[in-house]
Ligand binder design. Structure first.
Ligand code: ZN
Length: 302
């Protein structure tokens, strides 16, 4: 996809969160290299916010074909989070903050799982056998960890370190979408916030979303944000960085218009939050809250 590409060096500046970046130079993209599992939208490192999109893409690296799945399955939520990439890109532009998007399908290897999680590589997903995963051994899984999973997580670490080096501790905001229907049951929420024990970002964000008149908001549904080893556990909880994960119902962001509308809503809300001194100061600090998940493992998110 032509818009799915890596941004060129945006100018660093400190205009503050919520100020759209109108510099056309930073909107130029260049193709990602095929073996690189992530796409990066560069932006100012001193804004205190890094956007993450773990389930942005439904493509596969060369040599994997479609893991034996028909195209119809790749367009479903089992392959990626429909609409999440578009929201992330637009939110990155509106807030003028960097973003990292995992471009391959979660079916190749799920970057939002710990390496020990049994759902790291799904052999069966929502009733569909994944032929290219069904009979693979430890060697192939390790290869995917080394080639695709680890580089994404290393790049998050590097970006966090670069951002901290500016003197500003970044918060992490992860953007996902969920299916409107699960096992025949309609899901009522328009959007939900998932979090573990660090309330600094998640709670004010949840409160602000609940004030929106036209949406139904949930907390730690339809899955829990308390999953040991997931992306925000690895980079937020373990490093004392404030973080929050948003889930948006996929039918609301299936079109570019829906993605823009949600990005605008989130840019307004997050911009307002960062404009508050107390919120801004709380996030700009390394603080360890620990995790509710210390004695639990496993969950399935779609
Ligand atoms: Zn997701």
């Amino acid at each position: 996809m032509a818009d799915n590409l890596m941004a060129e060096n945006a100018q660093a500046n400190s205009d503050g969160i919520g100020k759209p970046n109108n510099n056309p130079e930073s909107d130029r993209f260049e193709p990602a290299l095929s073996q690189i599992s992530y796409q990066e939208i560069s932006g100012p490192m001193d804004k205190g916010l890094l956007l993450l999109c773990d389930h942005a893409g439904n493509s596969f690296p060369e040599g994997y074909g479609t893991l034996g799945l028909p195209e119809s399955q790749l367009q479903r939520h089992i392959a990626y989070d429909i609409g999440a990439a578009g929201v992330t890109r637009e939110l990155s532009r509106l807030l003028d903050v960097p973003a990292l998007l995992y471009q391959y399908s979660r079916l190749l290897i799920d970057p939002n799982r710990s390496i020990e999680d049994p759902t790291l590589v799904m052999r069966l997903s929502d009733g569909a056998i994944v032929p290219g995963n069904a009979r693979i051994g430890e060697g192939e899984i390790q290869k995917r960890i080394d080639t695709y999973y680890k580089p994404y997580h290393l790049r998050i670490e590097e970006l966090v370190n670069e951002m901290k080096a500016t003197g500003r501790v970044p918060a992490l905001f992860s953007i996902h979408s969920f299916t409107d229907n699960w096992k025949g049951k309609k899901r009522i929420w328009d959007s939900t916030i998932l979090w573990d024990r660090d309330p600094r970002f998640a709670c004010p964000l949840l409160a602000a979303l609940e004030k929106e008149q036209d949406i139904v908001v949930g907390e730690n549904v339809p899955y829990s944000g308390q999953l040991k080893g997931d992306c925000l556990y690895q980079h937020g909880t373990m490093n004392g960085l404030a973080h929050a994960l948003i889930e948006i119902r996929q039918d609301l962001i299936a079109t570019p218009e829906g993605q823009s509308a949600w990005a605008e809503r989130l840019a307004r809300i997050i911009g307002d939050l960062f404009a508050g001194k107390e919120f801004d100061e709380a996030l700009n600090e390394v603080k360890m809250y620990g995790s509710h998940t210390d004695h639990t493992v496993g969950s399935t998110e779609y």
